[in-house]
Design a protein around this ligand. Sequence first.
Ligand code: ADP
Ligand code: MG
Ligand code: ZN
Length: 463
Amino acid sequence: MAEVKIGLEVHVQLVSLKTKLFCSCSSDYRDKAPNTNICPVCTGLPGSLPTLNKRAVEEALKVALALNAVPYPVSYFFRKTYFYPDLPKNFQITQYDKAGGYPLAHDGYLKLSNGKIVRIERIHLEEDPGRIVYEGSRATARYSLIDYNRSGIALVEIVTAPDMSAPEEAREFVEKLTSLLADIGIDVRNYEGGLRVDVNVSYEGGERVEVKNVTGASSVEKAISYEIFRQKTLAEKGIKIVRETRAWDEKRRITISSRGKEFEAEYRYMPEPDLPPIRVTEALIEKVKSEIGGSQEERYKELISDGINEEVAKKISSEKQLYDLYLKVKSAEPTLIKVGSNVLANEVSFILKRDGIQQLPVDISGLLEILKHYYELPDHSVIAEYVRKWIKGEKVEIIQAQTNPEAIKEEIYKMLSENYEKIKNLDYNKKFEFLMGLLIRRFGKENKKVLVKELTEVLSEYK
Ligand code: ADP
Ligand code: MG
Ligand code: ZN
């Protein structure tokens, strides 16, 4: 197999923030009229000064810690100079790891399902540029428009080592990263362009080619596949691959040359004089750690020490949303954690996936109601239906049918008509046995007496 190296530079918008990185403009720039979500700072007017959004540092630290990276105690902002219409100051405020600079954090990793460890070299904060809107397609546009609403949005950039060797690995990396981010409250899944990847690909020790601005895990996979194919074809013809930057054309599913790669010197990196260094104290790290609530392993250990069985603990600890809910149940009603953990790992998890729900209700009283009556509820489908009601914000009213002979009768009639074909030829005893089985599943063993009574009554009329 030919050697392929893949490294990613992933840009993540800190969508959990309310404001931009250096000004108080809203971070919610989508769907706004062009150039209305701007101010002198984010459009770089002369005399304006940036002020660092402290919360952005905390959110970026969350990302760093979730990826097992190590924050630098002090890091700096730099100016990266280039000329492009989306960059009104002619420089982007970012962080730099050379010339005395440090990024926010370094040396993390993310593990893939095949056991491979993808090293993360560095994680830094930077501002997003504005957006260029082309008339029709980029290739044929007679003019382009510029919208600065996005200019100054806070981004974290996550730079991996070139540790991946197949397009599928890069895809999985992006997918895992996306769900890990969602776990810590930075859910970019519903934000167009919330996660954008520059992919670097080299073939057989050749120069690396960078494909800019690929959005979404499946496009990352496609862009890399195409690039490997292109480089391989060139290599086979004996044509040398040149270091360059290419663009991903989502419609045609090919990469196209966009410009020769800038050399580092052309960016003329220099320290940003208008912003102080970022200082990350131990106290700040502790604060951020408590917000992200430990690692999956730590969560698993806690569940096990609460007496939750391994399979259920594994499930709950792997999904932050479920784990948070578990903690809520535990603090509201500690006696319900056993039942609660079962419902979380089964019905809640099932409904979340089936209905594509991202946000659980804050109020858990409906869920507690279900848990309290857990043993009275006939089966999983009934529990799931109550859980669905709770998640959808509908009122949860547990119908305690077993204390109500009328409800039992009604259920028996329903069972008779639903199972008519199955039981029509059975003798009385077989029929009785069959229906009794269903009734016990529906109402529980503890109600056997009343069930026998009602069933006998109904069957005597039914004959
Ligand atoms: P630069 O500073 O020139 O941008 P970096 O060291 O920052 O280079 O690397 C940028 C990205 O390129 C990283 O994601 C890295 O993994 C990737 N990369 C580096 N070398 C290679 C290579 N030989 N093949 C593929 N990707 C590479
Ligand atoms: Mg780089
Ligand atoms: Zn602004």
